[in-house]
Design a protein around this ligand. Sequence first.
Ligand code: KG4
Ligand code: ZN
Length: 336
Amino acid sequence: MLILGIESSCDETAASVVKDGREILSNVVSTQIEEHRKYGGVVPEIASRRHCENILGVVEKALSDCEKKLSDIDAIAVTYAPGLIGALLVGVSFAKGLAMSANKPLVPVHHIAGHIASNYLSHSELQPPYLCLVASGGHSHIVEVLSYTDFRIIGRTRDDAAGECFDKCARAMGFPYPGGVHIDKASKLGDASEFKLPHPKVAGNEFDFSFSGLKTNVINMIHNAQQKNIQLNFNNLSASIQNTISDILTEKTINAAKSLGYSTIAVAGGVSANSGVRAAMEKACTENNFKLFLPNLSLCGDNGAMIGCQGYYNYINNITADESLNAIATLSLENK
Ligand code: KG4
Ligand code: ZN
């Protein structure tokens, strides 16, 4: 079965053809990062306009790259939530039009479920149930993946997402947007022992995250140094930020797995590309005898293949939509 997956929730226009939920036949990502970089973040209005301009070409290329025609496709899957509303609407409207005109089933996909599915494309043996840490620019969740289509969130961020914390700390150091990957690179040249950063205490749910205190601490430190004309070592500071975020994400995920009795753990979302997060999770999972699944680096960020994969599982579980499908900016993975 061939699924065409379409993704436009943020600043990547992406489309992919996925076979039987597990095999990527084509994967086209058109990124707008360069254009948003000069504003220091994604400008929603620009994102929507670029999606409009790019989506037809991206979908055509996804089909032609694997030498398929629209008539070969069994269903059209699209990210409908959550994300920038104008950006989502482009993908949803396009997918609806395509599905109706070609008389194909339309399959709605939740963006976070898509990120989780990126591991199915990287590891043929992975099957639910397992525990998944999802860390991206907009979300930080610990999720029980009960089945391919049922999720229970057992921990979430109270404020900033992990990727947002990376990006805001990076911006304060003058790194270009999105800064997570620049902190990752700088960390490799740094020594984390120079700066001691706070591990937040979160009252209530022990599996919830909070990253705003860490972010504020780093930004204040940089501003204070600037006022005194002191040049901080940003490689060392990057290493500390990366270590601290990696430790927080790993500790909570491992504790959640122990407490709920999971021995299979996956990580997904843009931050799963971070070398510190990957190394910390690998070390902790080895120590605890847990099996760890990390997505291929090419599938950590937003892409159409993860939507095609999750679209397959939604479709075979009768999760489809009609022309009334709408884009939704904020929607929990549990209420999808
Ligand atoms: O999943 P994603 O592509 O988009 C959202 O759904 O948000 O995640 C983007 C986030 C950004 O915050 C970006 O800085 C972060 O993932 N990211 C990284 C790395 N690569 C991407 N953060 C740390 N280290 C990386 N290597
Ligand atoms: Zn994403």
